[in-house]
Design a protein around this ligand. Structure first.
Ligand SMILES: N[C@@H](CCC(=O)N[C@@H](CS)C(=O)NCC(=O)O)C(=O)O
Length: 213
């Protein structure tokens, strides 16, 4: 049995859930919040981060490790390409999404969504402005050079690169941010297709189910 510990609105939890859903795998979700301090959670997440994947009692923290593990154990519909060059590109874009890109997308989510809607705190407009003026343009300018004219990010099939990048932009939408097509035309076209794909729309529908906003 597969269990994912972590709230579905976390971008990293979403990355793992999209992986499982793409592969058509059944799972249970235990909605643990990030930095949960219970000893049970800390025992399976030494860094206190979500998600943690549990496969028949074997637990793995970190999505780059758990998505790769899933791909090895359930090889149908692979998300890490066989070819070493394509695999390296996919892993690099996964890493870029998990660091530079998510830092900015999650920053907007935190300031414009979590703070006002969950924590009853004001949005720090200076932080938002810095992301909009500096962090996001840096990330998107690079990504624009990596996106193909059409199709998937790497090779001719969906890979972990697509899953990792798309989960970031779903996060950014909660922070009222969308990529402008006049500045980043290839990325905009790519995202229009990726965000409209059935696994992505189904995931977003599920994670927003019952949300009052
Ligand atoms: N590299 C980790 C990152 C996971 C991560 O940063 N999760 C966030 C929630 S989106 C978290 O749990 N943050 C809590 C903390 O850093 O204390 C992964 O890929 O799973």
């Amino acid at each position: 049995m597969l269990t994912v510990h972590g709230v579905p609105l976390s971008p990293f939890v979403r990355k793992l859930l999209l992986t499982l859903e793409y592969k058509g795998l059944e799972y249970e979700n235990v909605p643990v919040f990030p930095a949960d301090e219970s000893p049970e959670f800390r025992a399976i997440s030494p860094l206190g981060k979500v998600p943690v994947l549990d496969h028949d009692g074997f637990t793995v923290a970190d999505t780059s490790v758990s998505c790769r593990y899933i791909d090895r154990v359930f090889p149908e519909k692979p998300i890490y390409p066989e070819d070493p060059v394509l695999e390296a590109r996919a892993c690099w874009l996964e890493e870029f999404a998990d660091t530079k890109l998510i830092e900015n997308c999650a920053g907007l989510f935190r300031q414009r969504f979590l703070n006002p809607k969950f924590y009853n705190q004001p949005t720090d407009e200076a932080v938002v402005q810095d992301i909009l003026d500096n962090g996001m343009p840096e990330a998107l300018t690079y990504l624009e050079t990596q996106v193909p004219e059409s199709g998937y990010l790497v090779g001719d099939a969906l890979s972990i690169a697509d899953i990792a990048v798309v989960t970031c932009f779903i996060q950014a939408r909660y922070g009222d941010y969308d990529v402008q097509g006049d500045e980043y035309p290839k990325l905009r076209k790519y995202l229009d297709q990726a965000l409209a794909s059935p696994i992505v729309t189904a995931r977003v529908e599920k994670e927003t189910e019952g949300m009052p906003f």
